[in-house]
Design a protein around this ligand. Structure first.
Ligand code: CA
Length: 463
């Protein structure tokens, strides 16, 4: 091969020959925490758990005062932000069973997730941590667009290496044992020796070190501070001022994540990538009722359609592009993560699967000053609850009891005063909008989380 041809091929590999040089296409880092409360970051007011590194993302970029996820529990929320579409559109309306023999229980392969979308413009993608979008081999990260996977496929995990005893999820022989599988590097089980959150941070830094020269998408999906509540002594020692043992362990788990975020940001700086990397931080749903989290001033917790279920810590940094210290007030959605990533990379979205999310960058730079969304919608098929937000108005409906509540989130973020009777016509109008949206959704496509018992293997096995 001639020297010239080698040179041209190397240029092509670097993306220069189709106008997609590294400097034009930012790296993308998505950091997700699990069941972290709205209040439990410094940038939302937390006082007992310092989060200086997570706060840097908000302070050096934008905080979303009204940042929502599209579902108040893990799996469907992830199906939403990974596709940029309301997950109910493709029937992902509950946490799926973890049965690895079930070929229905996962993110439908015909949907495009962030990694698949970015693959079209040459991004190298890695996921580190929790997947929770299907355990059947057809659903796993390496066959859904990710070049690298380091983590676990279920919805949570134990944090200490000695607890990780199963080779893979197929070997699990009891309910809950899916929290005890060895981590996997792509499709190979690995032995680990660190506290899990540190292990994942370590891998994230390593991913950046290996891939910094070309555009990458790094999805760091911490399972902390989701149960089981387990922290290492190093982090517990920081919280002698917290007397409640549950809150103390939670604080230590959040602090471990914060250290990890600091290491990730430092690695980006080390490679001079601050201005060429868009960093997003979000919790996958609101603080849970069982992990010591705090959602103040919001009402409710994970699993509800009060704000505490789906109004979350959410921040975005893109140094030199998004103004530092912006406190963005219009409601935004986790569905906008893919909208934004598609916008800044210029990748085309398949016409038959339009995004519900939008590119937030023009809104954050002031190029556009209207609200990014006229409406945001939620539904939980199992509980029969649904909700819609239109500006500051939020309507919540419990269909099983035919209960309608209307709140003015501008005046009453804590949802203390139900205006449904006083503002009956507004409530009726919003209820109609909600019904029209709900009618666009696809029936639930799979069995729920509690249906598989590996001990008796009673889970329904579809042909
Ligand atoms: Ca979660």
């Amino acid at each position: 091969m001639s020297v010239t041809l080698v040179f041209l091929l190397s240029l092509f590999a670097a993306g220069y020959l189709h106008g997609s040089s590294h400097s034009e296409r930012p790296n993308l880092v998505l950091i997700v925490t699990d069941d972290q409360g709205y209040w439990d970051v410094g940038f939302n007011g937390c006082t007992d758990i310092p989060t200086p590194n997570i706060d840097r993302i908000a302070h050096e970029g934008a905080r979303f005062a009204h940042g929502h996820v599209s579902y108040p529990v893990c799996g469907p929320s992830r199906a939403g932000f990974m596709t940029g579409r309301y997950q109910g559109r493709f029937g992902f309306r509950n946490n799926p069973t973890l049965n690895p023999a079930d070929p229905m229980a996962g993110l439908p392969v015909e949907e495009d997730n962030i990694a698949e979308v970015l693959d079209r413009v040459g991004y190298h993608s890695g996921i580190i941590g929790k997947w929770h979008l299907g355990t059947h081999p057809k659903f796993r990260p390496n066959v859904q667009g990710f070049d690298e996977f380091y983590g676990f496929v279920a919805g949570g995990h134990r944090y200490f290496p000695e607890d990780l005893i199963y080779e893979d999820i197929e070997s699990v022989d009891r309910k809950g044992g899916w929290y005890n599988t060895k981590l996997r590097r792509n499709d190979v089980a690995v032995e680990t020796d660190e506290y899990l959150t540190d292990e994942l941070s370590h891998e994230a830094v390593d991913f950046i070190a290996r891939n910094h020269a070309d555009p990458f998408f790094l999805y760091v999906a911490y399972n902390a501070p989701h149960t089981p509540m387990q922290a290492s002594q190093k982090y517990l020692d920081r919280f002698d001022h917290i007397k409640d043992p549950l809150r103390k362990t939670y604080a230590a788990m959040v602090s471990a994540v914060d250290d990890g975020v600091g290491r990730i940001l430092a690695e980006l700086s080390r490679h001079n990538l601050d201005e060429n990397t868009l960093v997003v931080f979000i919790s996958d749903n609101g603080g849970a009722g069982n992990n010591g989290s705090i959602n103040t001033p919001l009402r409710g917790t994970k699993g509800t359609l009060y704000e505490g279920g789906m109004h979350v810590p959410f921040a975005l940094r893109w140094t030199g592009h998004v103004p530092a210290g912006l406190d963005y007030q219009h409601p935004v959605s986790s569905l906008d993560i893919l909208g934004t990533m598609a916008g800044v990379t210029g990748v085309e979205i398949a016409a038959e699967r339009p995004l519900d999310g939008v590119n937030l960058i023009p809104y954050l730079t002031g190029e556009r000053d209207e609200a990014p969304h006229e409406y945001l919608f939620w539904e939980m098929i199992r509980s029969g609850d649904a909700a819609v937000r239109h500006g500051d108005d939020k309507l919540k409906v419990a269909y099983k009891t035919d209960t309608t509540e209307l709140f003015d989130l501008g005046e009453d973020l804590g949802e203390t005063t139900d205006l449904a009777t006083a503002e009956r016509r507004k409530a009726e109008r919003l209820r109609k909008e909600l019904r029209q949206w709900t009618q666009q959704l696809k029936p639930q496509q799979f069995d729920g989380l509690g249906t598989w018992d590996p001990a008796t293997n009673l889970a329904p096995r579809r042909k």
